[in-house]
Design a protein around this ligand. Sequence first.
Ligand code: MN
Length: 138
Amino acid sequence: MQITRNSTGQTTVGSRQWFTGTVYVDQVATPSGRSRLGASMVHFTPGARTAWHAHPNGQTIYVVEGIGLCQRRGGPIEVIRPGDRVFFEPEEWHWHGAAPTRFMTHLALHDVPEGGSAATWGPQVTDEEYGKAPSIDA
Ligand code: MN
Protein backbone atom coordinates (compact mmCIF):
# COMPACT_ATOMS: atom_id res chain seq x y z
CA MET A 1 0.00 0.00 0.00
CA GLN A 2 1.27 3.42 -0.88
CA ILE A 3 -0.29 6.69 0.17
CA THR A 4 0.79 9.75 -1.79
CA ARG A 5 -0.11 12.82 0.20
CA ASN A 6 -1.74 15.72 -1.52
CA SER A 7 0.88 18.02 -0.02
CA THR A 8 3.74 16.17 -1.75
CA GLY A 9 2.25 16.51 -5.21
CA GLN A 10 2.68 19.37 -7.58
CA THR A 11 0.19 20.72 -10.07
CA THR A 12 1.88 21.00 -13.45
CA VAL A 13 1.01 23.12 -16.46
CA GLY A 14 0.06 21.18 -19.60
CA SER A 15 2.65 21.37 -22.37
CA ARG A 16 2.12 23.96 -25.11
CA GLN A 17 2.88 21.12 -27.54
CA TRP A 18 -0.23 19.22 -26.51
CA PHE A 19 -2.65 21.95 -25.40
CA THR A 20 -4.02 25.26 -26.61
CA GLY A 21 -4.64 27.66 -23.73
CA THR A 22 -3.78 27.04 -20.11
CA VAL A 23 -4.35 23.62 -18.60
CA TYR A 24 -3.33 22.33 -15.16
CA VAL A 25 -2.71 18.67 -14.47
CA ASP A 26 -2.74 16.73 -11.19
CA GLN A 27 -1.40 13.18 -11.33
CA VAL A 28 -3.76 10.50 -9.98
CA ALA A 29 -2.22 7.18 -11.04
CA THR A 30 1.07 6.34 -12.73
CA PRO A 31 1.57 2.96 -14.44
CA SER A 32 4.00 0.78 -12.54
CA GLY A 33 4.68 -2.94 -12.61
CA ARG A 34 1.61 -4.92 -13.63
CA SER A 35 -0.71 -1.96 -13.23
CA ARG A 36 -0.96 -0.15 -16.55
CA LEU A 37 -3.45 2.44 -15.34
CA GLY A 38 -2.59 6.05 -15.94
CA ALA A 39 -4.95 8.69 -14.56
CA SER A 40 -4.91 12.42 -14.12
CA MET A 41 -7.23 15.23 -13.11
CA VAL A 42 -7.07 17.83 -15.85
CA HIS A 43 -8.24 21.40 -15.26
CA PHE A 44 -8.94 23.38 -18.44
CA THR A 45 -9.33 27.15 -18.28
CA PRO A 46 -12.03 28.67 -20.52
CA GLY A 47 -11.21 28.05 -24.20
CA ALA A 48 -8.38 25.63 -23.42
CA ARG A 49 -8.32 22.23 -25.14
CA THR A 50 -6.07 19.35 -26.06
CA ALA A 51 -4.53 19.01 -29.49
CA TRP A 52 -5.89 16.25 -31.70
CA HIS A 53 -4.66 12.92 -30.33
CA ALA A 54 -5.36 9.22 -29.99
CA HIS A 55 -4.77 6.67 -27.21
CA PRO A 56 -3.47 3.19 -28.10
CA ASN A 57 -5.87 1.46 -25.67
CA GLY A 58 -8.58 4.12 -25.56
CA GLN A 59 -9.45 6.53 -22.77
CA THR A 60 -12.31 7.38 -20.45
CA ILE A 61 -12.87 10.94 -19.29
CA TYR A 62 -15.29 11.75 -16.46
CA VAL A 63 -16.35 15.37 -16.12
CA VAL A 64 -16.35 16.61 -12.53
CA GLU A 65 -16.73 20.37 -12.93
CA GLY A 66 -17.73 23.05 -15.40
CA ILE A 67 -18.79 22.67 -19.01
CA GLY A 68 -16.64 21.02 -21.66
CA LEU A 69 -16.48 20.05 -25.28
CA CYS A 70 -15.21 16.96 -27.07
CA GLN A 71 -15.08 15.69 -30.63
CA ARG A 72 -13.98 12.58 -32.46
CA ARG A 73 -12.58 12.88 -35.94
CA GLY A 74 -15.44 13.11 -38.42
CA GLY A 75 -18.07 13.75 -35.73
CA PRO A 76 -19.78 16.85 -34.35
CA ILE A 77 -18.50 18.74 -31.29
CA GLU A 78 -20.40 17.55 -28.21
CA VAL A 79 -21.09 19.53 -25.02
CA ILE A 80 -20.21 17.57 -21.84
CA ARG A 81 -21.12 18.33 -18.24
CA PRO A 82 -20.40 17.04 -14.71
CA GLY A 83 -21.30 13.37 -14.41
CA ASP A 84 -20.93 12.75 -18.15
CA ARG A 85 -18.33 10.19 -19.13
CA VAL A 86 -16.85 9.69 -22.56
CA PHE A 87 -14.98 6.65 -23.87
CA PHE A 88 -12.69 7.23 -26.81
CA GLU A 89 -11.98 4.02 -28.70
CA PRO A 90 -8.41 2.76 -29.12
CA GLU A 91 -6.70 4.80 -31.85
CA GLU A 92 -9.75 7.04 -32.27
CA TRP A 93 -8.54 10.59 -33.02
CA HIS A 94 -10.23 13.18 -30.82
CA TRP A 95 -9.84 16.23 -28.60
CA HIS A 96 -11.39 17.45 -25.36
CA GLY A 97 -11.42 20.73 -23.47
CA ALA A 98 -13.36 23.53 -21.84
CA ALA A 99 -16.21 25.52 -23.33
CA PRO A 100 -15.17 29.02 -24.48
CA THR A 101 -16.62 30.74 -21.41
CA ARG A 102 -16.35 28.04 -18.71
CA PHE A 103 -13.72 26.08 -16.81
CA MET A 104 -13.86 22.29 -17.14
CA THR A 105 -12.23 19.61 -15.02
CA HIS A 106 -12.21 15.93 -15.93
CA LEU A 107 -10.66 12.77 -14.59
CA ALA A 108 -8.82 11.01 -17.44
CA LEU A 109 -8.21 7.25 -17.27
CA HIS A 110 -6.21 5.24 -19.76
CA ASP A 111 -4.34 1.97 -20.13
CA VAL A 112 -0.74 2.69 -21.01
CA PRO A 113 0.97 -0.08 -23.01
CA GLU A 114 4.17 -1.47 -21.50
CA GLY A 115 7.05 0.46 -23.01
CA GLY A 116 4.61 2.64 -24.96
CA SER A 117 3.11 6.07 -24.47
CA ALA A 118 -0.35 7.14 -23.33
CA ALA A 119 -1.13 9.08 -26.49
CA THR A 120 -0.09 9.89 -30.03
CA TRP A 121 -0.29 13.62 -30.68
CA GLY A 122 -1.28 15.51 -33.82
CA PRO A 123 -2.02 19.12 -34.74
CA GLN A 124 -3.62 21.68 -32.42
CA VAL A 125 -7.37 22.25 -32.64
CA THR A 126 -7.54 25.52 -34.56
CA ASP A 127 -9.77 28.43 -33.55
CA GLU A 128 -11.80 27.71 -36.69
CA GLU A 129 -12.39 24.08 -35.67
CA TYR A 130 -13.09 25.04 -32.04
CA GLY A 131 -15.43 27.82 -33.17
CA LYS A 132 -17.84 25.25 -34.61
CA ALA A 133 -18.87 24.20 -31.08
CA PRO A 134 -22.61 24.37 -30.43
CA SER A 135 -23.99 26.80 -27.86
CA ILE A 136 -23.73 25.51 -24.29
CA ASP A 137 -27.21 26.88 -23.53
CA ALA A 138 -29.41 23.87 -22.85
MN1 MN B 1 -7.85 11.97 -24.96
